[in-house]
Design a protein around this ligand. Structure first.
Ligand SMILES: [Zn+2]
Ligand SMILES: [Zn+2]
Length: 276
């Protein structure tokens, strides 16, 4: 979307700021998530948020989209025309932001690719907007349920709140425990270090990690069983006053994705099925 790496970080940081401001302003009740439902779902091993039930306020999503448009205007964003096409499609009632968010989050790749083809808009842009528009809402849902539902028994590699795969991990400073992180809702949860978050193998012969001498703060955990990997920040290698933001760490370490992919491992699973 933007070739220059520095500019890309600046864009990300401005979009992040727009999302925080949006959350600060947002005063409506969140619809479609109740504590009872969440507890019920957890009992049967499902993540807390029911995608069928959540309702996004369309008008608020439109405002957030407008905020993003103002941010994007300040950058050499390749897809300016595509953003306009998308906006026109929503105004004409061909699409609504709520369904774009739901389809992006529920991992429905067919929806995004056929929509992209129909409108002449890249799937990457649709996923980027869908993810960022949904972000503040999922973070608010997560905030509403955090601490109220006991996640101690959640032993899965996918997010207990929204069901997405872990996008990044950190090794906790105090005890080295592995904490997985969800890029969609910001939820963090503990997971054993000698276990693959994607296929759950505990075969230590299949699990290893790599790191570069220059930047020991990062590790890439590789699984020989499913050929997936997860990038990890080792907090014990960073100064105590540094408070890492995993969404930035994830972007800053694209060279590690390239390294792992060169070795035949892959990150995001494009075949991830719909989450309900
Ligand atoms: Zn999540
Ligand atoms: Zn695996």
């Amino acid at each position: 979307m933007i070739e220059n790496e520095n500019e890309f970080f600046q864009l990300h940081s401005s979009i992040t700021r727009a999302k925080s401001l949006f959350k600060e302003r947002f005063e409506q009740p969140l619809r479609g998530v109740s504590l009872e439902d969440a507890e019920q779902r957890l009992k049967s091993g499902r993540h807390l948020v029911d995608f069928q039930k959540i309702e996004f306020p369309e008008e608020e999503l439109r405002k957030l989209f407008e905020d993003f448009c103002s941010v994007m205007k300040g950058f050499k964003f390749h897809e300016v025309a595509e953003v306009e096409t998308l906006k026109a499609a929503v105004e004409a009632g061909e699409l609504n932001w709520g369904s774009l968010v739901k389809k992006t989050y529920s991992g429905d790749p067919d929806f995004l690719s056929s929509l992209g083809e129909r409108l002449g808009v890249s799937v990457d842009l649709l996923a980027y907007l869908g993810t960022n528009l949904g972000n503040p809402f999922f973070e608010m849902y997560a905030g509403q349920l955090r601490g109220k539902v006991d996640l101690e028994d959640w032993l899965e590699g996918r997010c207990p709140l929204c069901g997405s795969e872990a996008a990044f991990a950190r090794l906790r400073r105090d005890d080295g425990k592995r904490i997985l992180w969800c890029q969609f809702c910001g939820t963090e949860w503990g997971y054993p270090r000698i276990k693959c978050p994607f296929c759950a193998t505990e075969n230590h012969k299949k699990l290893r990690y790599l790191f570069t001498e220059e930047e020991k703060r990062y590790r890439v955990y590789l699984c020989g069983e499913c050929k997936r990997y997860i990038k990890t920040l080792d907090e014990r290698e960073i100064p105590e006053d540094e408070k890492p933001d995993l969404s930035f760490e994830n972007l800053k370490t694209l060279y590690l994705d390239i390294l792992a992919e060169k070795d035949g491992y892959h990150g995001r699973d494009s075949r991830q099925g719909a989450r309900v």
